[in-house]
Design a protein around this ligand. Sequence first.
Ligand SMILES: Cc1cc2nc3c(=O)[nH]c(=O)nc-3n(C[C@H](O)[C@H](O)[C@H](O)COP(=O)(O)OP(=O)(O)OC[C@H]3O[C@@H](n4cnc5c(N)ncnc54)[C@H](O)[C@@H]3O)c2cc1C
Ligand code: FES
Length: 367
Amino acid sequence: MLALLARAPRRTRALSRFQGTGARLAASAWRRWFLDRHAEFWLGQLGSAWSPSELRARVVEVIDETADTRTFVLAPNRHWPGHRAGQYVAIAIEIDGVRVRRCYSISSGASAPGDRIAITVKRVVGGRVSTWLHEHLTPGHVIGLGRPQGDFVAPTSASPLLLVAGGSGITPVIAILRDLENRDAVHDVVVVHSAREDADAIFGRDLAVMALQHPGLRLVAHRTATVGRLDAATLESLVPDLATREVYVCGPSGLRGLVRSIAGDRVHSEAFTAPIVCAPQPDLAVRTVQLRDRRLTLAGTGTLLEQLERAGEQPAHGCRIGVCHTCRCTKQRGTVLDLTTGRISSEPDEEIRLCVSIAHSDLELAL
Ligand SMILES: Cc1cc2nc3c(=O)[nH]c(=O)nc-3n(C[C@H](O)[C@H](O)[C@H](O)COP(=O)(O)OP(=O)(O)OC[C@H]3O[C@@H](n4cnc5c(N)ncnc54)[C@H](O)[C@@H]3O)c2cc1C
Ligand code: FES
């Protein structure tokens, strides 16, 4: 063999040396990948936040905010890249053996790698994940994390601000305020915080304390149980110089629409629920979906994401409201309704989001 190699032209020898190196690199990469997968599995079983490649976090503290809202303080592992105040993150947990994900705004200020972060979760009646988090997630638990996402982020300029929040929509807003506070930049900020009553006002006390500490912060604690829902006239009288402010709003669609109707396109807006323009169609016809290697029958009504999950699939997803694009895939054939635009489309090889698409025919999907 050595003699043969010695007789081989120099270029061939160089190539075979290269191929030997390539094979060694490939074997070492494969061994690394194999060991990493095993390490991931066993560390997951042991409840460890350490992982060679996956983003995970250990719960270090649970704080009751209101009767139905809790803050979970998380210590992410070394893969956390840091985030900008106001961004959200997808968390992944396992319920009855199925991995499920939901997005939560990070309620703490901006983070750097190695920092702790917090999410604040309102328990939704009948909600799968929020109920599970409230009932089971305690200090010591390890959960999966996605990378931080979103452009509802703290401003870098010093322009006057109006921050409007309703219900759990206060979470990215308090994060932005905390960031301004950390940067000593609470110069001219009005916060309109809408909640049913004081007892329901998430971070109500934190906001009141902040307003006492910062002369540049004016807090309007709007309580719908006593003064009714916020309307355009009330908002304009509460903030007469609204037109001169950079405006942020997070809350129910009614509140976001109201603020947009006054402030127009200048508004930075964050939604927790789907910006649906047309109601999901109760399509009772039985549809099939052809994936690469198998055909599934879609049962019941709902979005393609819900139907595929009911059929035993676990498509990648995050927000479930058409925002994060994690569930996008190519529809190769068939007709779908997009709930966010109301458009029915039969285009071949079209990118769709499973969480806001309804099957209107049998489909072929590249998942
Ligand atoms: C970008 C983003 C950031 C988010 N940040 C937060 C946050 O900081 N805190 C927080 O509590 N939630 C937040 N959410 C909402 C969160 O992702 C979940 O949708 C929520 O916890 C409900 O999940 P679930 O599994 O309990 O309910 P599901 O089982 O998914 O839904 C049950 C029912 O509740 C309805 N529903 C879903 N969300 C809400 C809601 N927020 N209010 C009222 N009804 C709802 C659904 O339409 C459905 O009918 C955010 C969502 C997004 C997209
Ligand atoms: S899951 Fe976020 S867009 Fe579908």
